[in-house]
Design a protein around this ligand. Sequence first.
Ligand code: MG
Length: 158
Amino acid sequence: MNLRIGYGIDVHRLEKGIPLFLGGVQVESELGAVGHSDADVLLHAICDALLGAANLRDIGYHFSDTDPQFKGIDSKILLERVMTLVREKGYSVVNIDSTIIMERPKLNPHIPAMQEVIANILRVDMDAVSIKASTHEKVDSFGESRAVKAYAACLLTK
Ligand code: MG
């Protein structure tokens, strides 16, 4: 069996008065993530996990944060493009496991919607997309709500 493991990490700064996108879903929040794209940390971490498993460099290599064509882009489009690259190398997704680190709001009510969006793009069952939510216990920039972070691991098969 040809199996490949990958992992990805992403961080974005949080600011008041901008929308928050996580896992392809807009989440109601006092603070939104700042970035060149829509700053969806979970989708970016998953993109990097998939690219890593297929040895296709990283998200910044394919979608430069200085390129105007990616300004404000919906990260679901980036994930679609990553999946095209992954499929071109003959791989398909077995499963994803991920964690979002954010102090507030509570993310659990939004997780099924995120799983559905990601499963559709990856062409897997929702059961193959695990998303966990955790806090940083008020410690450091994440605990002080100055930033949001996501970790993702994936398994690909050929
Ligand atoms: Mg990012």
